[in-house]
Write a protein that binds this ligand. Structure first.
Ligand code: AMP
Length: 212
C-alpha cells in the first residue's frame, strides 16, 4: 500500500505506520527519523536541520524534497510505503505529486488521524524515545522495563529535544498553520480518509475498509 499519514505530532502516525508495515511489507518512511539519525551522526544534513528541529520549526522544503527524492527510489519502496511526517507543507505535497507522476506511481490514500488537543499534549509530554534505535515509550502507559534504558537495544531512553513544553506548543502551532491545509489538498485530490480515533486499531480498520 502507498499511504500518507497526516496528523498533529502525537496523533499516532508512527504507531499506526509500524503496525501497517506488518500487514503487507510496506516500508515506514519517517522524515523525522531520517533527520534525527542525521543529527545524531553529525552529518551535513543533520547540522542543517538541527536548530529548526529543536525549536519545533520545520526544516526547509528543499532539504526535505532532496531526502525524499532519493528515499522513494530505494528498492524497499517497491512493496509500498507509509509516509509518516511527510509531506508537511503544500509545496511538499505539490512536489510529491509531480515526483510520483514521474515515477508512474499513485497513492492509495492520505489518512488524517484526528485526535483531540488535550490527548496530544498528554502523549507528547509523557513520550520518551530510545536514542539508539528510536523505539517509542511512554512514562505512564508503556515505560521500559528498566527506567531510562531501551528494552530493545540497551541505549538510553530520553525525552526528545523538541518535546519540551515550549517546543511542543510551537510544533502544534506549526502543524495548524502549515500542515493542516494538506487535509483540504488531499480532499480535493479525492484521496482523503479522515479518522477521528485515539486507538490505532480503529485507524487501521478504517484504512483496511477504505483500500480493500
Ligand atoms: P517528527 O518526528 O515527524 O515529529 O519530525 C520531527 C521534526 O523534524 C519536525 O518538528 C521538523 O523540524 C522536522 N521534519 C520532519 N519531517 C519534516 C517535513 N516533512 N518537513 C519539514 N520538517 C520536517
Amino acid at each position: 500500500m502507498k499511504l500518507i499519514l497526516l496528523g498533529a505530532p502525537g496523533a499516532g502516525k508512527g504507531t499506526v505506520a509500524k503496525l501497517l508495515t506488518k500487514l503487507d511489507g510496506s516500508v515506514q518512511i519517517s522524515t523525522g527519523d531520517i533527520l534525527r539519525g542525521a543529527v545524531a551522526a553529525g552529518t551535513e544534513l543533520g547540522n542543517q536541520a538541527k536548530a529548526a528541529m529543536n525549536a519545533g520549526d520545520l526544516v526547509s522544503d528543499d532539504l526535505i524534497m532532496g531526502i525524499m527524492a532519493e528515499r522513494l527510489k530505494e528498492d524497499d519502496c517497491k512493496a509500498g510505503y507509509l509516509l509518516d511526517g511527510f509531506p508537511r507543507t503544500i509545496p511538499q505535497a505539490e512536489a510529491l505529486k509531480v515526483m510520483l507522476a514521474e515515477m508512474g506511481e499513485e497513492l492509495d490514500c492520505a489518512v488524517e488521524i484526528d485526535v483531540a488537543r488535550d490527548v496530544i499534549l498528554d502523549r507528547l509530554t509523557t513520550r520518551r524515545t530510545c536514542s539508539g534505535c528510536g523505539e517509542i515509550y511512554n512514562v505512564k502507559s508503556n515505560p521500559p522495563a528498566v527506567e531510562g534504558v531501551c528494552d530493545k537495544c540497551g541505549e538510553p531512553v530520553v525525552q526528545r529535544d523538541d518535546e519540551t513544553e515550549e517546543a511542543i506548543s510551537n510544533r502544534l502551532e506549526v502543524y495548524n498553520d502549515q500542515t493542516a491545509p494538506l487535509v483540504g489538498f488531499y480532499k480535493d485530490e479525492g484521496l482523503l480518509l479522515s479518522v477521528n480515533a485515539t486507538s490505532s486499531d480503529a485507524v487501521i480498520n478504517a484504512i483496511k475498509a477504505k483500500i480493500a
